[in-house]
Ligand binder design. Structure first.
Ligand code: NAI
Ligand code: MG
Length: 492
């Protein structure tokens, strides 16, 4: 029995929405099919969700097309668009406890993480872009001759948005925020592992006053519903977050229509600790950098480069903290790490752990499944890792850290950049000049100095190289949802 002082375990949330949301209506899939969404902590089925495919996507695109071509959303006073978006954020905030529990149930992340991290960030993002709605404007340009030339920033049209399962609510806000502010309409496919909170947010958007057809949500699988979004001629632009393999398929399929694309893909981010760093802070940064969200972060600091002078003592700290990390029930307020999202991710991670051992790295801690039900994995640290090992090159997307040793700056930069990825990086040092030098020389979209995983709705995020193209968040995050029109008027 809970005592008066013990933190209260949140109640299991109600499941309200499991159907498709098309043109403001909740409808079953035309095929009548459903799929199970499961609780990764228990492997039990949470709910059956309508399984959309090409026919449902077609209906959703028609609704979005009509809402864009004839509806009020792109035409209304931009301040009113902003007000509706602020209202959506307020409605989400009013349900934060319930939404956090639903996110934890579907995804497996600790409910406290969802409540204090994911959802507040989603609120910030929606409010940040709500503020942009009435500040999107063009320029006047002094061109040669007797002309008046100006640009208009117009919405790109219907946006197809395909998102992954690692941060379901945040991903919705990253995608809806700039699209709605710009005046676009939306067909979204949430990940098949985590459809529930996205559907709940669609309900709240309608309640906030987003007109019917502006936001449509079609849960389903990638090769069916996802591919139908990519191929549909009624969609002007596709925004995708997920794996590089899927991005390649999307790029090929979008080529026929030269569809606009933005991609936010994976990483193998270096987190670099120099001997002069504040080692207490760096150890926390190394820990959070790899383990946040069960290691299921595109920007995970999965290659920990440690200067040789401090390697032994620093690794000891990192291993010690890993051993103490609390893995367990996402609904227990003391839990720091929940299960991986599904069996496929669990198997992929365990496969990498085996490959690390096989290739001769030292498993300093972890390496095993936790319990026999649910997809829990021990926080795992590999030392004696060589740059060419799979665990040092490929995205594991789990709680598995590879520690590498370095001694020389030029060698460090070369090795840190020797990857096809370029999403993020961390550097820990007290030397200001060195911090800026490393920040400049790393080929990555984000560099954190003496911190890690510091996100803000106002700061652009995205990848160099095969980590993607285009930026999300900040002013740059609006660009993919806007066309620039040049109007030239003769004054002769
Ligand atoms: P995925 O890229 O296959 O799935 C992401 C989304 O794309 C889901 O909504 C999925 O249904 C959809 N999708 C899949 N195939 C599609 C297609 N042909 N056309 C359109 N949409 C499609 O990623 P998955 O399989 O869930 O995870 C595999 C690996 O990808 C992970 O282990 C991780 O390494 C990486 N990943 C990276 C993420 C990131 O934040 N950058 C997020 C999720 C996964
Ligand atoms: Mg996949």
């Amino acid at each position: 029995m809970a005592t008066a002082t013990a933190p209260v375990k949140p109640a299991r949330p109600q499941i309200h929405q499991t159907q498709l949301f098309i043109g403001g209506q909740w409808v079953p899939a035309m095929s009548g099919k459903t799929f199970d969404t499961i609780n990764p902590a228990t492997e039990e089925v949470i709910a059956q969700v309508a399984e959309g495919d090409a026919a449902d996507v077609d209906a959703a695109v028609h609704a979005a097309r009509q809402a864009f071509d004839e509806g009020p959303w792109p035409r209304m006073d931009a301040r009113e668009r902003g007000r509706i978006m602020f209202r959506l954020a307020d409605l989400i905030e009013a349900e934060i406890g319930e939404l956090a529990a639903l996110e934890a149930l579907d995804n497996g992340k600790p409910v406290s993480d969802a409540r204090t991290g994911d959802i507040p960030f989603a609120l910030d993002t929606l409010r940040y872009y709500a503020g942009w709605a009435d500040k999107i404007h063009g320029q006047t340009i002094p061109i040669n001759g007797n002309y008046f030339c100006y640009t208009r920033r117009e919405p790109v049209g219907v946006a197809g948005q395909v998102i992954p399962w690692n941060f379901p609510i945040s991903m919705v806000s990253w995608k809806w925020g700039p699209a709605l502010a710009a005046g676009c309409t939306i067909v979204m496919k949430p990940a098949e592992q985590t459809p529930l909170t996205c559907l709940r947010l669609a309900r709240l958007a309608q309640k906030a006053g987003v007109p019917d057809g502006v936001i449509n949500v079609v849960p389903g699988f990638g090769p069916t519903a996802g591919a139908a979004i990519v191929k549909h001629p009624g969609i002007d632009k596709v925004a995708f977050t997920g794996s590089g393999e899927t991005a390649q398929i999307i790029m090929r399929q979008a080529a026929d229509q030269l569809k606009r694309l933005t991609f936010e893909l994976g990483g193998k981010s270096p987190n670099i600790v120099f001997a002069d760093a504040d080692l207490d802070a760096a150890a926390v940064g190394a820990h959070v950098g790899i383990y946040l969200n069960q290691g299921q972060c595109c920007c995970a600091g999965s290659r920990l480069f440690v200067e040789d002078k401090i390697h032994g003592q620093f690794v000891e700290r990192v291993v010690e903290m890993s051993r103490k990390r609390k893995v367990g029930d996402p609904f227990d307020p003391a839990t720091e790490q929940g299960p991986q999202v599904d069996k496929a991710q669990f198997d992929k991670i365990m496969g990498y752990i085996e490959s690390g051992k096989r290739e001769g790295a030292t498993c300093a801690t972890g390496g095993k499944r936790v319990g026999d039900r649910g997809f829990f994995i021990e926080p795992t640290v590999f030392t004696n890792v060589k740059d060419e090992m799979a665990i040092a090159r490929e995205e594991i997307f789990g709680p598995v850290l590879s520690v590498l040793k370095f001694s020389d700056m030029d060698e460090l930069i070369r090795r840190a950049n020797a990857t096809n990825f370029g999403l993020a990086a961390g550097v820990w040092t007290r030397d200001v000049a060195r911090a800026h030098e490393v920040a400049k020389r790393l080929r990555a979209g984000t560099v954190w100095v003496n911190c890690y995983d510091v996100f803000d709705a106002a700061a652009p995020f995205g990848g160099f190289k095969q980590s993607g193209f285009g930026r999300e968040l900040g002013e740059r995050g609006l660009d993919p949802y806007l066309e620039t029109k040049t109007v030239t008027v003769s004054l002769k």
